[in-house]
Ligand binder design. Structure first.
Ligand code: PEP
Length: 252
């Protein structure tokens, strides 16, 4: 059976001390009141080596927000998948719309990143989703199909089964706008049908597909109640323990 997951994406927020404090506070809250889903926090690179030992690995998994598309060498400023894994982190967000838009990450670049993440034992949390104009034109299914095909269709079914997907309509990220539960369910079901067609029904059934985009304690339960929505990727609301735990508690 696929897992229910609530994953936080801290983005470029929190200095090291603030990040460690947030991780410890979340760990304390979830130790006192155990979650009914997997919980992941994805932090800036420099936090990883400190945040991993600050949390109970049985309760909170730790991930990076990105990794390089190269193995190693003269790529100043880059951080490789192997380096991420060496901190004890287990996950890496890839293909976030901010990376696609601001850092020009193409499907080909993301394909390399996914393969390096998998080769280093990391679970990619692979993000897909359309911009507002594409939703208005009604081409959202084609957009997510192309994003999946462009970066993930070269994987074997066994490799694909290690991926977590996050559907994140770009128009809902950080905007306060949220997809309705019906909109989320419709496209999640479509994404699952694409996986079934390409990798088989069993792989599709076992793939966790998270929703991301202005998810908060007040709307999480409704969104996660849909049969094809297996949790959330959370930006802004992951920066406060109370809000993040409120979303995690949607599974109670
Ligand atoms: C995100 O960046 O992945 C995200 C979902 O952000 P927010 O929750 O702030 O919309």
């Amino acid at each position: 059976m696929r897992k229910n997951i609530v994953a936080g994406n801290w983005k470029m927020n929190k200095n090291l001390q603030e990040g460690i404090a947030l991780a410890k506070d979340l760990n304390a809250a979830l130790t006192a009141d155990k979650p009914n889903c997997d919980v992941i926090i994805c932090t800036p690179f420099i936090h990883l080596a400190s945040v991993v030992p600050a949390v109970d690995a049985a309760i909170i998994g730790v991930g990076a927000e990105n990794c390089a598309d190269k193995v190693s060498g003269a790529y100043t400023g880059e951080v490789s998948a192997e380096m991420v894994a060496s901190t004890g982190a287990k996950y890496v967000i890839l293909g976030h719309s901010e990376r696609r838009a601001y850092y020009h990450e193409t499907p080909e670049i993301l394909k390399e990143k996914v393969q390096l993440a998998l080769a280093n034992g990391l679970t990619p949390i692979f993000c897909i989703g359309e911009v507002l104009e594409e939703r208005q034109q009604g081409v959202q299914n084609k957009v997510v199909y192309d994003q999946l095909a462009g970066s993930l269709f070269d994987l074997t079914a066994e490799e694909f089964s290690k991926i977590v997907l996050a559907y994140e309509p770009v128009w809902a990220i950080g905007t306060g706008l949220t997809a309705t539960p019906e909109q989320a369910e419709e496209i999640h079901a479509y994404i699952r049908s694409v996986i079934a067609e390409k990798f088989g029904a069993e792989v599709a059934e076992n793939t966790s597909i998270l929703y991301g985009g202005s998810c908060k304690p007040s709307n999480a339960k409704e969104l996660f109640a849909n049969p094809n929505v297996d949790g959330g990727l959370i930006g802004g609301a992951a920066l406060k323990v109370e809000d993040f735990k409120g979303i995690i508690d949607a599974f109670k």
